[in-house]
Ligand binder design. Structure first.
Ligand code: SAH
Ligand code: SF4
Ligand code: F3S
Length: 445
């Protein structure tokens, strides 16, 4: 009987990209994707550790699997990703029916671990250092027209709220030639949009030396090289850290035609006092000045951000500083989070943890403000003509969902195949999307 796998992903884009590699390895081993739990012989949870509810979700899901595993002892349960790296042995203690715990650096060994689990019982590999980039593994990518490309793994920063450096380790960049080879290969196979992934893309290359020139490659150079790859039409990247956002990156963004006019620029807090406590080395005025330069240099650029509310010690005044920066920055979109203490981080040990009801109240005020700004930003688009790339069929059928270069979702009036480019006139704006009418029937690319 053909064996089938199910991979469930809980984290960020890097985590999703790792899932493509997990699926790729299982497929290369002769397995096929399952429809659901019932026809799967291998179930993989690719976990995230960024916030507390991620833990609860994993243990909840594993609890649901227990009776299934009792009925079908040949079912193999794998926990991968950042929570596997963080919780290690605790996973097998709390859920002894898990067969394999595979950390973020150990992905290439997954098939071996599964084989060993057959004979020896539960396996765990949570080594601390990436020897083989997941990029070297086979990938089962979800779509043929767009792809994520990892440019670096890990993070050398030490933001005091953040678990990522603990679970992903120090930054390791991929050589430019490797990244380019992957991008060229993708483009040759019909991929029109790539998203370059790294925890802090600006420090890309800091840990490398280019053998040809004996100096360190820089992110701006990488952008320019990727921009030259034949066949690509859109290049995105995530995320830059405001601290390292150097003018050469703004220039490269402005000058590279395929690099999209969108930047994810995480603010985290608008209070200098809190930024310092977070160990984010920029300050509010500097952040706003960068934003102004980016907007001057890249007309029409859209800016999104991440903000944390209720960091330890955050006073009403600090929070008002955040509201003030948000009002001035006029972000096109923002991902807003309530601070969640992560054991092992500096912030989790700080006194003055903000009571949950205070954090909740602030969170709601910030959401209301940002929603009004997002809606206003979206309304500004009405009447414009934009290039869109179709991503899928709209929920109501007979329509298509597409995305602008500025990362706005557009609901189109006619269905089109995913991966097609078209031009549309924006006729309406909702809270989180635009409505558009096709003005030019697309030509196949
Ligand atoms: N490397 C990326 C962030 C990865 S985590 C960057 O520096 O931009 C994604 C977002 O989750 C962060 O930007 C932050 O806003 C949020 N986050 C991280 N740790 C958190 C915590 N402990 N509580 C709440 N939000 C958190
Ligand atoms: Fe976390 Fe900061 Fe690194 Fe981003 S830059 S992953 S927030 S430590
Ligand atoms: Fe991503 Fe979550 Fe890990 S945000 S890097 S999957 S902790």
């Amino acid at each position: 009987m053909e064996r089938r796998y199910l991979v469930r992903t809980f984290g960020c884009q890097m985590n999703e990209h790792d899932s493509e590699r997990i699926a790729g390895m299982l497929a290369a081993d002769g397995m096929r994707p399952a429809e659901g739990l019932d026809d799967a012989q291998v179930v993989v949870f690719n976990t995230c550790a960024i916030r507390e509810n991620a833990d609860d979700r994993l243990y909840g899901n594993l609890g649901h699997l227990k009776p299934l595993k009792e009925r079908r002892p040949d079912l193999r349960i794998v926990v991968a990703g950042c929570l596997a790296q963080k919780d290690r042995g605790e996973i097998q203690r709390r859920a002894p029916w898990v067969d394999v715990v595979v950390g973020t650096h150990a992905l290439p060994g997954l098939l071996d671990l599964l084989r060993r689990a057959e004979v020896e019982g539960p396996q765990m590999d949570v080594r601390e250092y990436t020897e083989v980039f997941p990029s070297a593994l086979p990938a089962a990518r979800g779509e043929g027209w767009r792809a994520w490309v990892s440019i670096a793994v890990g993070c050398d920063n030490a933001c005091t709220f953040c678990i990522v450096p603990l679970v992903r380790g120090p930054q390791r960049s991929r050589p430019i030639a490797d990244v380019l080879a992957e991008v060229r290969d993708l483009a040759a196979r019909g991929v029109v949009e790539v998203t370059l992934l790294g925890q802090n893309v600006n420090t890309y290359g800091r840990d490398l030396t280019d053998p040809a020139s004996a100096r360190r490659p820089r992110f701006a150079e990488l952008l320019r090289e990727v921009d030259r790859v034949e066949g690509l039409r859109r290049i995105r990247f995530t995320s830059p850290h405001p601290h390292d956002f150097t003018p050469d990156v703004i220039d490269a963004m402005a000058e590279c035609e395929r690099v999209c006019e969108h930047i994810h620029f995480p603010l985290q807090s608008g209070s200098d006092r809190i930024l310092r406590a977070m160990r984010r080395s920029y300050r509010r005025e500097r952040y706003l000045a960068w934003l102004e330069r980016i907007r001057e240099r890249i007309p029409g650029v859209a800016v999104s951000t991440d903000i944390i509310v209720g960091f330890p010690g955050e006073t009403e005044e600090d929070f008002r500083d955040t509201l003030d920066v948000v009002e001035r920055a006029r972000f096109d979109a923002a991902y807003l989070f309530r601070y969640s203490p992560r054991p092992g981080t500096v912030a989790a040990t700080l006194p003055d943890q903000v009571p949950p009801e205070v954090a909740q109240e602030r969170f709601e005020r910030l959401v209301a403000l940002q929603e009004a700004i997002t809606a206003e930003r979206n309304r500004e688009q009405i009447g414009r003509e934009v290039e869109v790339l179709v991503e899928g069929v709209g929920r109501r059928g007979g329509r298509a969902q597409a995305r602008t270069r500025t990362n706005r979702i557009v609901h189109l009036d006619r269905p089109l195949a995913p991966g097609t480019f078209a031009r549309a006139r924006v006729t309406g704006a909702g809270a989180h999307h635009l409505v558009g009418e096709l003005v030019e029937v697309p030509v196949a690319v």
